[in-house]
Design a protein around this ligand. Structure first.
Ligand code: PLP
Length: 389
C-alpha cells in the first residue's frame, strides 16, 4: 500500500478539475486575446475562473492577476511594490519562517540596497505582531507575512499584522499558498493589499497561481510584453491551467470546513499514536494555531533523510522540510528559527494529509513509522547516548 503524506509539497489534480480543463487543450484552444469566437470562448473561461478565484479570497474578479504560481505571485508582490515606490522608501519587514519564494526575493532586494528586517518567531512558530510593530521605520514600504507555514502549519496573526500595516499606511502582502483551501480566506478581514495563492496546493494543476491586488495598490510589472492581466503580468494566458485553478477554487470553497474537520481528526490520530508508540518524539510548533493537515515531528537521533528514504521504501511519502528546497543539505530554516538545533532539525519529518487521505492509510502509517524509526535509530551510533540522556 502506498501512502502519500506530502500534500503540502503538492496535491494530485482532482479528477473534476482534470475534466474541466481537458476541452481547453483541444477544441477550446483559442487565445483569450483573439477577437474571433474561439478567442472569446477562451476569454469567457478565463473570466469565469477569475470569478471563482475572487470568490475564494473574498473579493471581486477585477482584483485577481493570474501568474505562473505562488513563487511568481510572491515575486511580483515584493519586487513590484519596491519598483512602484521608486526606491524612495527602502525598508521591508518579513519573517524568518517565510517560504524561499519570499526569503530569496528579499535577499535579491537586499542586493539592490533595500533593507530587510526578518522578524523572529518563538518556539511555537508564530510571529508576535508587536515585533512587527517594533520593526516599523519611517522608510518601511512593505510588510510580507505568510498566512500558514508550509513546514509546521502554524497560522500567523495576519489580521493583526494587516491592521498594523493599515495604521502605518504600509502595503501588506500575505503569502496564502498554504492556507488556501485549509482556512477561509477574506482579503478584507486579513487586511491584505496583496495575497498569493497557488493551484497545485489545492488539487489544481502545477504552474498556475494568482496574486490578489487591492485597488490603488502601487505595483509595477516585473516582466514586459502585451497588455494581459491589467498590464501587470504579460503573456498569453495559460487557459487550461487558469480554468483548472478556477475549478479547484470552487471545490476548495464548497468543501472547506468538512474537509478540514475530517483531515484534522486523521492528523490528530496519526500524531497521538506516534507520540504514544515511539520514544523521544516531539511535535514542532503550536498545536492549536495550525492548519488541520500538518504535523511536523522530531524523532530524536533518527536522521530525517535516512528516515525519509526508509519510509519511502515502505511506501510512505513524507518530507524533511520544504519540498522546494529538498536536496539542499542545510537543516530547515523554519525548524532552526523555532529553536531546534541543526541535529534536531535534521531528525524531523513533516507529514501533511489531504483530500484523498483515508483512515486505512493512516492505520498503515501508524503501523510502519514506529518500526522504521526503531530501525534507523539502531543504525545510528549517536542514538543510544542521546536517548539515554
Ligand atoms: N509559498 C509557500 C508558503 C509555499 O508553500 C510554496 C510552495 O511550496 C510557494 C510559496 C511556492 O508556490 P509554487 O510552488 O506555486 O511556486
Amino acid at each position: 500500500m502506498s501512502v502519500y503524506l506530502d500534500y503540502n509539497a503538492t496535491t494530485p489534480v482532482d479528477p473534476r478539475v482534470v475534466e474541466t480543463m481537458l476541452p481547453y487543450f483541444s477544441e477550446g484552444f483559442g487565445n483569450a486575446s483573439s477577437i474571433h469566437s474561439a478567442g472569446q470562448h477562451a476569454r469567457a473561461a478565463v473570466d469565469a475562473a477569475r470569478e471563482s478565484v475572487a470568490r475564494l479570497v473574498g473579493t471581486t474578479p477585477g482584483e485577481i492577476v493570474f501568474t505562473s504560481g505562488g513563487t511568481e505571485a510572491d515575486n511580483l508582490a515584493l519586487l513590484g511594490t519596491i519598483a512602484a515606490s521608486g526606491q524612495t522608501r527602502k525598508h521591508v519587514i518579513t519573517t524568518a519562517i517565510e517560504h524561499h519564494a519570499v526569503l530569496n526575493t528579499c535577499q535579491a532586494l537586499e542586493k539592490q540596497g533595500i533593507e530587510v528586517s526578518y522578524v523572529r518567531v518563538g518556539s511555537e512558530g508564530i510571529v508576535d505582531p508587536d515585533d512587527v510593530r517594533r520593526a516599523l521605520r519611517p522608510q518601511t514600504i512593505l510588510i510580507s507575512v505568510m498566512h500558514a507555514n508550509n513546514e509546521i502549519g502554524t497560522i500567523q496573526p495576519v489580521e493583526e499584522i494587516g491592521r498594523i500595516a493599515a495604521e502605518a499606511d504600509i502595503c501588506f502582502h500575505c503569502d496564502a499558498v498554504q492556507s488556501t483551501g485549509k482556512l477561509r480566506l477574506d482579503v478584507n478581514r486579513l487586511g491584505a493589499d496583496l495575497l498569493s495563492i497557488s493551484a497545485h496546493k489545492i488539487y489544481g494543476p502545477k504552474g498556475v497561481g494568482a496574486l490578489y491586488v487591492r485597488p490603488r495598490t502601487p505595483l509595477e510589472p516585473q516582466s514586459f510584453g502585451g497588455h494581459h492581466e491589467r498590464d501587470l503580468r504579460p503573456g498569453t494566458e495559460n487557459v487550461p491551467g487558469i480554468v483548472g485553478l478556477g475549478k479547484a477554487a470552487d471545490l476548495a470553497l464548497a468543501h472547506l470546513e468538512a474537509e478540514a474537520d475530517r483531515i484534522a481528526s486523521l492528523r490528530n490520530r496519526l500524531e497521538e499514536s506516534l507520540l504514544d508508540s515511539v520514544s523521544d518524539v516531539r511535535v514542532n510548533g503550536d498545536k492549536i494555531h495550525r492548519v488541520s493537515n500538518t504535523t511536523n515531528l522530531t524523532f530524536a537521533a533518527a536522521g530525517g533523510e535516512a528516515l525519509l528514504i526508509a519510509l519511502d521504501l515502505e511506501g510512505i511519502a513524507c518530507s524533511t522540510g520544504a519540498a522546494c528546497s529538498s536536496g539542499a543539505v542545510e537543516p530547515s530554516h523554519v525548524l532552526t528559527a523555532i529553536g531546534l538545533s541543526d541535529d534536531e532539525a535534521r531528525s524531523s519529518l513533516r507529514f501533511s494529509l489531504g483530500r484523498s487521505t483515508t483512515a486505512a492509510e493512516i492505520d498503515e502509517a501508524i503501523r510502519v513509522i514506529p518500526r522504521v524509526v526503531e530501525r534507523i535509530r539502531a543504525f545510528s551510533p549517536r542514538a543510544a547516548t542521546i536517548i539515554a540522556r
